[in-house]
Write a protein that binds this ligand. Structure first.
Ligand code: ADP
Length: 180
């Protein structure tokens, strides 16, 4: 499998090409959610399809969420312990989009740490239906995660799961060129 790994303070940051709904061995997967925490297209569609109706039922308790927010639920039929739902900004509509996108990654990691999650997988939040340009979004995702890892926490592995070859290579180039 195509992959790229980078270690920061003992934490593995890795990017792979794949499907976020098929990541066994990872404690928590992040959903590029909609405000209502319902099924939809893209990531939310894949996650809800595999998880089954329990995920949407539990999500009702927390909906609606705002751009930049993260909430955690069970994972139901997914091969993980938790799903962390983040609502990304609609590019150029929910502003400032860069700060809101960064908040998604920050809040997802904080929420994960509070629940004792050891490994977490992220999709490229906001880069599908929400229109965020992939390269800008990738830089924000990787920089935010890197900054969060300066503080100690329980997370040992962060995986970025990219659906397209193009997005995978965008992440790989950034990660391969990071020097710590
Ligand atoms: P958003 O509404 O936040 O833009 P989308 O789900 O539309 O979220 O898309 C986010 C990104 O996830 C896009 O780059 C899309 O290609 C990618 N993607 C779509 N399906 C999957 C999947 N099953 N696993 C991982 N990434 C996916």
């Amino acid at each position: 499998m195509e992959k790229s790994i980078w270690k920061v303070n003992g934490v593995k940051i890795e990017c792979i090409r794949g499907d976020i709904s098929n990541q066994p061995g990872i404690d928590a997967v992040v959903n590029a959610a909609n405000a209502q925490l319902r099924t939809g297209g893209g990531v939310a569609g894949a996650i809800h399809k595999k998880a089954g109706p329990g995920l949407q039922n539990e999500g009702r308790k927390y909906a609606p969420i705002s751009p930049g927010e993260a909430v955690i639920t069970g994972a139901y039929g997914l091969p993980n312990r938790h799903v962390i739902h983040c609502l990304g900004p609609v590019y150029g509509v929910d502003t400032p989009s860069d700060k809101l996108l960064s908040s998604c990654y920050k809040n997802a990691l904080k929420t994960a740490q509070e629940k004792g999650v050891g490994s977490i997988a992220f999709p490229a939040i906001s880069t599908g239906a929400f229109g965020y340009p992939s390269e800008q979004a990738a830089k924000i995702a990787i920089k935010t995660v890197y900054d969060m890892l300066k503080e100690p926490g329980g997370i040992k592995k962060i995986l970025f799961v990219l659906f397209s070859k193009k997005d995978y290579f965008i992440y790989k180039d950034i990660i391969d060129n990071m020097t710590v």
